[in-house]
Design a protein. Structure first.
Length: 239
């Protein structure tokens, strides 16, 4: 297989030498830093340094494996394989549940894992794959956010974090939203607020009314529900 960017840079970039190692490490740092900055700008816990370290770790793993394979009879990418498993474990453990029963960190975890693979490509000297992967990830994270929010806000299904002044108000609330054209798909009591004096729920809703489907967004529906006198607080849970 011809490596287009490697061929463009010259034979030295394709081979494993001091200069190609420096190039691969710098490329790994730069690509992961840009994606890490995007995450940091949105105040995610895994930001600039985390993305750089993950990418560098995978780059070094591939460089070490490549050196061993080139200079010994051992032909398995053991360190790189172990690094992929390690990054997968880290990303899974970074997914958290908030006090509102909301899953957080899915996009960042997937981004970390993908950046690790980009670092792996850098270490292997697959510059073209690394650069293409970088732009694909950056576009998904930075430019698809608005489209995703629009689609979610127009979806017929959404979840809300609901705080009522008393559990006795739950029946009245359900009756009210049914009259508005909403269907309750699921209700869960939130145990994180047991001693708060409030009755707190995570509620999955579906829009059943043709009028609501056509004219109302989730934000408008929630704003209307927040005006009910016994509703202390209500907000949509993002996916």
């Amino acid at each position: 297989m011809i490596e287009p960017l490697g061929e463009l840079l010259g034979k030295w970039a394709v081979e494993l030498n001091v200069y190609s190692v420096i190039l691969r490490v710098i490329l790994s740092m730069v690509l992961s830093a840009v994606i890490g900055c995007e995450r940091s700008s949105k105040r995610h816990s895994a930001g600039l340094r985390t993305f750089i370290i993950v990418s560098l770790g995978m780059t070094f793993a591939m460089l070490i494996d490549t050196f061993i394979i080139m200079n010994t009879d051992f032909k398995l990418y053991v360190i790189s394989g172990a690094a992929v498993i390690a990054i997968a474990t880290i990303t899974v453990n970074s997914i958290l549940f908030s006090s509102k029963n909301q899953i957080k960190g899915l996009t960042t975890s997937a981004g970390l894992w993908t950046v690790g693979l980009i670092g792996l490509a850098c270490g292997a000297g697959l510059y073209t794959i690394a650069v293409i992967g970088f732009f694909a990830v950056l576009i998904c994270m930075a430019f698809f956010t608005g489209i995703e929010k629009y689609l979610k806000n127009r979806s017929n299904h959404f979840e809300v974090h609901l705080e009522l002044e008393s559990s006795a108000n739950l029946r009245s609330f359900i009756t009210t939203i049914r009259e508005l054209g909403l269907v309750v798909d699921d209700i869960e009591v939130n145990p994180a607020y047991v001693n708060s004096g409030l009755s707190v729920y995570t509620m999955a809703l579906s829009i059943n009314s043709p009028e609501l489907k056509k004219y109302k967004t989730h934000k408008e529906i929630i704003e209307a529900l927040s005006t009910i006198e016994y509703v202390y607080h209500i907000e949509e849970l993002s996916g």
